[in-house]
Write a new protein. Structure first.
Length: 128
């Protein structure tokens, strides 16, 4: 029998190809052949513990796809919400204040120019 590294390599196995395994449960000659498709079926049938809660590879992939679809829907909703907020907020450069960097600064400038004071107590805002 040739050395292990003397065998030629095959990069893409076919379902009917066979692979050699060492059968640790067998006595005598523990080397066995397994058809590649059967080996794959065995791998896929194993129960795993994925963070998705799935116990199979296919189940984990399905759970991840569902989570991705949900996340994409959430991102789409958030994009719409930000666009709506931006539309309602208006353009900062259109403010009639010196400060045009943000709305809070512009409001504070307006209140200060009017000589108003702002008091916040809990959820109550008082402008005098």
């Amino acid at each position: 029998m040739p050395a292990w590294n003397s065998y030629s390599l095959k990069t893409t196995p076919a379902d009917t190809d066979t692979v050699m395994i060492k059968d640790n449960e067998a006595s005598g000659n523990p080397n066995k052949r397994v058809q590649f498709s059967n080996l794959w079926d065995w791998i896929m049938s194993k129960n795993y513990s994925f963070s998705t809660g799935a116990s199979t590879i296919a189940g984990a992939i399905t759970a991840l796809k569902t989570a991705l679809d949900t996340a994409q829907g959430t991102i789409s909703t958030m994009r719409t919400d930000v666009t709506n907020l931006d539309t309602k907020t208006g353009t900062l450069s259109s403010l009639n204040t010196t400060t045009k960097t943000n709305l809070v600064a512009a409001i504070n400038e307006t209140l200060s120019s009017a000589g108003a004071t702002v008091t916040v107590s809990g959820t109550t805002l008082t402008i005098t």
